[in-house]
Design a protein around this ligand. Structure first.
Ligand code: PEP
Length: 249
């Protein structure tokens, strides 16, 4: 971990029922969490209100997506204003499942980030290469293009956490090695230094996501430029998620 406050997000994706979420919230409420870590969970939209009303205030709430502009005649979408109204402070944008399954592109994601930030949400901005891109030696190029789309759109980097999530590691059980993750994190920091500013490069937290679990988190957390984690599968288990939060020490 670097010098910024460690940040751990739990992305619940499209999982859970009222019953399973009641249990998960109760496990999180009784977990012991290191005080010096920002902890955020991202439930599916329909359960955000339930979670907000039952989860300890120690843990912040994120959405998994938000609409690109003010709400209105956009069937099936959820606006930033609505998220704020129900107590969300964060939104995950550019997750690989939205890029590659739903088809959101760099520019659209950049616009969503800009709108969310202007309206006062923090943004967990996801980037990461596909396996074929890594094998073709394009990891940095792809990550830089995704970063540039954020950089071109956002008004400020104050409320952005970057999540580096190699797509081949998400939900596959194939975690990046600490060296593979560190190598990209430092490249992202260098890119910010060259293209945004020294200050943004040093203070922006860069978290890793992709098959992080209770057993591999400690080694990853030792890396200098890994400032936390975005956790999918393992965030559905309260005690294991707490282990990941506490891996900073
Ligand atoms: C994610 O969805 O952001 C993620 C990293 O998933 P998993 O931890 O399951 O690989």
């Amino acid at each position: 971990a670097g010098t910024g406050k460690f940040f751990v997000g739990g992305n619940w994706k499209c999982n859970g029922t009222k019953e399973s979420i009641t249990k998960l919230v109760s496990d999180l409420n009784s977990a012991t969490l290191e005080p010096d870590v920002d902890v955020v969970v991202a439930p599916p939209f329909v359960y955000i209100d339930q979670v907000k009303n039952s989860l300890t205030e120690r843990i912040d709430i994120s959405a998994q997506n938000s609409w690109v502009q003010k709400g209105g005649a956009f069937t099936g979408e959820i606006s930033v204003e609505q998220l704020k109204d129900i107590g969300c402070n964060w939104v995950v944008l550019g997750h690989s499942e939205r890029r590659h399954i739903i088809g959101e592109d760099n520019q659209f994601i950049g616009k969503k980030a800009a709108y969310a930030l202007i309206e006062g949400l923090g943004v967990i901005a996801c980037i990461g290469e596909l396996l074929q891109e890594r094998e073709a030696g394009k990891t940095f190029e792809v990550c830089y293009q995704q970063l540039k789309a954020f950089a071109d759109a956002v008004p400020s980097w104050d409320n952005i956490v970057i999540a580096y999530e190699p797509v081949w590691a998400i939900g596959t059980g194939k975690v990046a090695t600490p060296q593979q993750a560190q190598e990209v994190h430092i490249a992202v920091r260098d890119w910010l230094k060259k293209n945004v500013s020294d200050e943004v490069a040093s203070k922006t937290r860069i978290i890793y996501g992709g098959s992080v679990n209770g057993s591999n988190c400690a080694e990853l957390a030792k890396q200098e430029d890994i400032d936390g984690f975005l956790v999918g599968g393992a965030s559905l288990k309260g005690p294991e998620f707490a282990t990941i939060v506490n891996s900073v020490t």
